[in-house]
Design a protein around this ligand. Sequence first.
Ligand SMILES: [Zn+2]
Length: 228
Amino acid sequence: MKLTHIKEITGIIRLRSGLHIGAGKDSVEIGGLDQPIIKDPVTKAPYIPGSSLKGKLRSLLETSVFMKNQGTRQAVMNGNPCTCGKKDCPACVIFGAHAAPKACDPDLGPTRLLVRDAPLTPEFMKLFKDGRLPMEVKYENIIHRVNGTAENPRPLERVPAGACFTLNLALRIYEGDSDGLLDWVLKGLKLIQLDALGGGGSRGSGQVVFEDLKVDGQPVRLDAITAF
Ligand SMILES: [Zn+2]
């Protein structure tokens, strides 16, 4: 398969509410929060891992859009990613098949979308380094169903609302690829705006908006994209 073009999708991810992307148990510091966020090991600055962004893009596209007319319903209903491996399945083409290679169409080709880690924008990185971007600690409780009191408060670390990260995606176009691949990716971004990133989305965390979006340097607007 011949690579004909790499579309570069750039922009800003602006937080409209606090963002919690968990660091996992291994990185808990002694005396630290029990739900810390993921941070760059060198700069200690928060970032959005490409894997988080890619996973969210894929799951939203599969559940909200693809299942209407693609053969992904069974996998999606079971909570699993699509495993069809077919050349006409945008999920498997864009994000890579979750199927064994021999079950895939021979011309499926490599994963088309590279989702890079999203660091703080230079402006917010400067604030962070100057100590002017403190992380937020939010206490989440479980409400006792009978007496209505809040119990077991757990501190949740979040990047504060307003902070901005740098979005960078690369979409590899191979000879014979559908022109529609870019539209699926943009639909995915629109769906993330309607949903959330990271943990606690159903409780208000992780609301984001994509700003200054460009494809190969040309501005694109998500307003014009229909998510469903
Ligand atoms: Zn598929």
